[in-house]
Ligand binder design. Structure first.
Ligand code: HPA
Length: 280
C-alpha cells in the first residue's frame, strides 16, 4: 500500500473525531516514563492508537499508546503519548507514522522526548539533554523505498536537523527556570538490548554524548516533510565503559518519571514561545 495512503487513513479518522488541527500547533512525542508531560495540558480529546486506522500500536511498558489533543497557553497541541520502536518489530515507516500524521494535520513543529543513557561521563543522571545533532546507528532509514514527493525530496538535507531557533529558545527557558540543561549528540541504536562496555566505548568515540533507541528516525521523517524539530533527552542512567552499571528498563522508567516534572515544566515554557506558522 502507498505510504501516504496509510497516513491519510489515520488523518481522516482523526479529523472526523477531533476536527481540524490549527496549523500553528506543535506535535510532541513523549518517550519512556515521560508521558506525564500530558498532565500539564488542558486535554480535550484522547484517541488510543488502536482505534486509529493505519496507526501502529506500541507494546512497550511505560508507553500509553494514545494520541492526546489539548491546549497549552491557548495553543493547540497534539501529543503522541508513547512511541513505536524498531525493536518491537515495526518497520521504519511504521516507526515514523505518527510524525507523518502530524505533518498531514498541518503541524509544523515537532518536539521529541526520550529516555537516554549518558555517554558523556560529565553528564548528570536526571537532567535533560538538548539534542544538538544525531547519529542514526539504527541500521534503518524511514526514507528508503518509494519517496513521497508531496512530503519531501528523494535526498533530503540533514545538515540542520535540530532547529537552531528552537534550541536557543530551550536554552533560554532552561536558564530562566534554573533547570540545568546538558547539550549533545544523540545516537540511535536498534535495541532492545543495552550496550556492552566495548559498544559504549565505540559510540563515545564515534562522537555521541547520549544513547537511546528512538528519535533519529522520527527527526529524519520530520525534516524530510519540512518540519522544525527539537529533541530533549532525559538522562536516565550513566553509560560509561569504566563505571558500567547494570541497567534495567524498570530503572530507566523510574529515573525518567523522577525527572519528568522538570522536563514537563521546561516543555511548557518552550510551548509558550514556539513560533507560529503565521510568523514565518
Ligand atoms: N542505552 C540505550 N538506550 C537507553 C539507555 C541506554 O543506556 N538508557 C535509556 N535508553
Amino acid at each position: 500500500m502507498n505510504k501516504r495512503r496509510t497516513v491519510l487513513q489515520s488523518v481522516r479518522y482523526i479529523q472526523e473525531n477531533v476536527g481540524k488541527i490549527q496549523p500553528a500547533s506543535a506535535g510532541i512525542v513523549t518517550g519512556s516514563g515521560l508521558g506525564a508531560v500530558v498532565d500539564a495540558l488542558d486535554v480535550e480529546h484522547s484517541l488510543p492508537y488502536s482505534e486509529i486506522p493505519g496507526f501502529p500500536v506500541s507494546t512497550v511498558e511505560g508507553h500509553a499508546g494514545k494520541l492526546v489533543f489539548g491546549h497549552a497557553y491557548g495553543r493547540p497541541i497534539v501529543v503522541m503519548q508513547g512511541r513505536i520502536h524498531l525493536y518491537e518489530g515495526f518497520t521504519p515507516d511504521e516507526v515514523v507514522h505518527g510524525i507523518r500524521v502530524f505533518h498531514e494535520l498541518g503541524i509544523r513543529t515537532v518536539i521529541l522526548t526520550n529516555a537516554a543513557g549518558a555517554l558523556d561521563p560529565r553528564f548528570e543522571v536526571g537532567r535533560p539533554m538538548l539534542v544538538t545533532d544525531h547519529i542514526n546507528f539504527s541500521g534503518a532509514s524511514c526514507l528508503t523505498g518509494e519517496n513521497v514527493e508531496d512530503w519531501g525530496p528523494r535526498f533530503p538535507d540533514m545538515s540542520r536537523v535540530y532547529d537552531l531557533a528552537l534550541r536557543e529558545l530551550a536554552v533560554r527557558k532552561a536558564l530562566e527556570l534554573e533547570i540545568p540543561l546538558e547539550r549533545g549528540v544523540y545516537v540511535q541504536v536498534p535495541g532492545p538490548n543495552l550496550e556492552t562496555p566495548a559498544e559504549t566505548r565505540a559510540y563515545r568515540r564515534l562522537g555521541a554524548d547520549a544513547i537511546g533507541m528512538s528519535t533519529a528516525l522520527e527527526a529524519m521523517a520530520a525534516v524530510h516533510c519540512g518540519m522544525r524539530v527539537m529533541a530533549l533527552s532525559c538522562l536516565t542512567n550513566k553509560n560509561v565503559p569504566d563505571a558500567m552499571e547494570e541497567t534495567s528498563h524498570e530503572a530507566v522508567l523510574e529515573a525518567a518519571e523522577r525527572a519528568s516534572r522538570s522536563i514537563a515544566s521546561l516543555l511548557m515554557e518552550i510551548l509558550k514561545d514556539i513560533p507560529d506558522t503565521a510568523e514565518e
